[in-house]
Design a protein around this ligand. Structure first.
Ligand code: PEP
Ligand code: MN
Length: 360
């Protein structure tokens, strides 16, 4: 539930409401709105719901108390109707502009990264990606250059001005990655690594949370809720495909998740057609598809010589293929932006119910 304060509510009245929430062992989260300050009541409310709703509604300065239907609270549009816009250096994610994250799967050398960074920037990319710590299926596969790669990413950012995003795999890597990178990425394999989510929730860097390859939309939003409730409101969601019975593609890109998420949550949504398909020739069509269904942007793997790449060589675009993709992507985004918000932002009242919280 959340409390909406009267617009003229005093500091003392706001404090009174927050103290009442804290006294129940619950946590208050504030969100300013045109209507008046909103205070979400988060925690295990259980059987106290009705009584608490009534008690809070009686407190001085309170305009109304509204239950939040969904299990995700702070990430829900019910609590926070306005889109979250994430600003990092000169880039903005979720403000209606087209976000394009591009760069190699893995940072392999200083030259490889700097060359890719310069070229993707010239082609219109807004954020540079590159893996430093790589989650590989095989322990014998290239595991990334680690801190050396973080230094190259920072150098590429300083030269091009592009903010950099890179994956963090463990809680004890969060500080070092946050020192060098502008955005932390949590990969599909770690979507439900709750201690990592909480650690990422405590740093002053936006976090891009990729969908677990076997996760429902609701489980994904509950994972995002961990980050936001730990203190970090700047979360980007990335649909990167889920595992199905299909084997011609690496994963199955769930494009319906994009407008669905826009109706359920205020967080920006990015589509990753590279990991979704695992096939170079499928990346451009699905990047266009992602933007056409209203994604705030895409993440695409680009390598100067994909065939010699140390990871994901079959799905990385050449620089020329990326340049060609950008020529097609920009007008699709412009067209979709002109559709009066029908595609970009369905109203949350239209959002269907999920199957409820599954099992855990
Ligand atoms: C990546 O983006 O580098 C990556 C490993 O992606 P995912 O977690 O989606 O597999
Ligand atoms: Mn990859």
């Amino acid at each position: 539930m959340f409390v909406v304060m009267q617009r003229a509510a005093s500091e003392a009245e706001i404090l009174g409401v927050k103290s009442r929430i804290l006294a129940e062992g619950l946590t208050p989260y504030e969100n300013p709105s045109a209507e008046g300050l909103k205070v979400a009541v988060v925690g295990e409310i259980g059987g106290r719901r009705e009584a608490l709703l009534g008690q809070l509604a009686q407190l001085p300065g309170v305009a109304r108390v509204t239950p939040i239907k969904r299990p995700f609270k702070l990430t829900s549009r019910e609590f926070h109707p306005d889109d979250t816009v994430i600003r990092v250096l000169d880039a903005a994610v979720g403000d209606g502009s087209l976000t394009v994250m591009a760069g190699p799967c893995s940072v392999e050398s200083r030259e490889q990264l700097l060359k890719t960074a310069r070229r993707v920037k010239a082609a219109g990319a807004t954020i540079l990606r590159g893996g430093a710590f790589k989650p590989r299926t095989s322990p014998y596969a290239f595991q990334g250059l680690g801190v050396e790669a973080l230094r190259y990413l920072a150098e590429a950012r300083d030269e091009t001005g592009l903010p950099v995003i890179t994956e963090v795999m463990e809680p004890n890597q969060v500080d070092i990655v946050a020192e060098y990178a502008d955005i932390l990425q949590i990969g599909t394999r770690n979507m439900q690594n709750y201690s990592l989510l909480q650690s990422a929730g405590r740093v002053a860097r936006p976090v891009m949370l990729k969908r677990g390859y076997g996760a429902t939309v609701e489980e994904w939003l509950m994972a995002a809720e961990y980050i936001v409730s730990s203190g970090n409101p700047n979360v980007i969601l990335c649909e990167r495909g889920i595992r199905t019975f299909e084997t011609y593609t690496r994963n199955t890109l769930d494009l319906a998740a994009v407008p669905l998420l826009h109706s359920l949550t205020h967080l920006p949504v990015i589509v990753d057609p590279s990991h979704a398909t695992g096939k170079r020739f499928l990346v451009a069509p699905l990047a266009l598809g992602g933007v056409a269904v209203g994604a705030d942007g895409v993440m695409v793997e680009v390598h100067p010589d994909p065939d010699s790449a140390l990871s994901d060589s079959e799905q990385q675009l050449t620089i020329e293929q990326f340049e060609a993709l950008m020529v097609d992507l920009v007008p699709v985004h412009e067209h979709v932006s002109d559709l009066n918000g029908v595609v970009m932002r369905p109203v949350h009242a239209d959002a269907p119910d999920g199957g409820g919280l599954s099992k855990h």
